[in-house]
Design a binder for this molecule. Structure first.
Ligand SMILES: [Zn+2]
Length: 240
């Protein structure tokens, strides 16, 4: 096009009109017809982010993500995982288990790997998502003790039953949020304990995992209260 490599747009404009060489090939002609369809602007250049319908001077990672991601219909269990006061790493771990994407031993065997399938938490049954949360006697002790904090007795222990029980388990909103926090923290901490045993050969007793989860939830309640969240006050009342 005869335009030096580091030219500015204004170098190609003279008296408000494009000043470009005549095209010498079909490709140049196409380019030239496109460029000349744009009206040179008299104002200074600035960065613009082109959104789907509007332009903005501000960059928004949310807008970019929404523009490039493929969208699927919202799943029915969405609010169990991505609820208002969720702890992000707990929600992410729970989400992966909802999709059954974590490498539990039953899945590794299904991939053709030669692994011992005995649950590392109880040592008595085969490990699967359903066994870990919370058919496993070890997990179940942690889960049941935590539920007692919310005065819940006889909660279901199988994965599928828990998923259908959770959405309307408790009538009071903040108790319900506490339950979701407990459920996700249990999944995260028990999976972490399983991995600790697998990769480091270290073992924590069930009561330490219980205490750790209670500590995490109390911290979350305090943090919410400190930032003035309306759930913070109610959760601290429930947990302290
Ligand atoms: Zn087990």
């Amino acid at each position: 096009m005869g335009i030096p490599l580091f030219s500015l747009v204004r170098d190609c404009i003279q008296n408000g009109n494009w000043n470009l060489r005549a095209a010498r090939s079909d490709r140049q002609l196409q380019l030239l017809s496109f460029i000349t369809s744009l009206q040179p602007s008299p104002v200074s250049d600035s960065t613009m982010w082109l959104r789907q319908e509007t332009n903005s001077k501000n960059f928004s990672s949310k807008e970019v993500w929404n523009a490039i991601r493929s969208k699927n219909p919202t799943v029915s269990w969405y609010s169990l995982v991505w609820h208002k006061v969720a702890i992000p790493k707990h929600a992410a771990a729970t989400w992966l288990f909802m999709l059954n994407r974590n490498p539990t031993f039953d899945r590794m065997v299904a991939w053709g790997l030669d692994v011992e399938t005995i649950c590392l938490l109880c040592g008595s049954s085969s490990e699967s998502q359903n066994h870990l949360f919370f058919d496993c006697p070890f997990s179940n002790r942690v889960w049941s003790a935590l539920l007692l904090k919310l005065d819940i007795l006889n909660a279901p222990t199988s994965w599928a039953q828990i998923i259908s029980w959770l959405p309307a388990a408790l009538p009071q909103r903040d108790a319900q949020l506490s339950l979701l926090l407990l459920w996700q923290a249990s999944i995260y901490e028990l999976w972490k304990e399983r991995n600790r045993r697998l990769h480091q050969g270290l073992t924590l007793p069930h009561y330490k995992i219980f205490k750790r989860i209670v500590y995490l939830i109390k911290n979350k309640a305090m943090a919410l209260k400190n930032v003035g969240s309306k759930h913070g006050e109610a959760l601290t009342l429930l947990w302290f």
